[in-house]
Design a protein around this ligand. Sequence first.
Ligand SMILES: [Zn+2]
Length: 116
Amino acid sequence: MPSTGLHGEYVLNENSINNNVTRISPGAYALGRIEGNTFYIAYVGRSDSDIKSRLKDHIGNYSYFKYDYFSTAKLAFDKECELYHDFGSSVSLDNKIHPDRPKNSNWECPRCTIFD
Ligand SMILES: [Zn+2]
């Protein structure tokens, strides 16, 4: 398995998010479960403006999360795409579709040609 390069893992609940994700910032994250010493990624995502708020939307759906802040929404998008491709895309992730880009952006995936 490739490394995520993300912080964590942390339990996905309100207290844990508040304690570990302290900034309002764009960011990317991975959600999943732990078996033994291994974190299994089931879903990847990003927020263009507030990763902390976005993570809270997933409480109850997954057990653990990893995350990192990014200085811009574009960098968070790039990271989300890397995670999506590194960890199985829609074949093995719960993500049903490729990460989307904001309307009015011309961002391209760093790893595939879906937006070409
Ligand atoms: Zn892609």
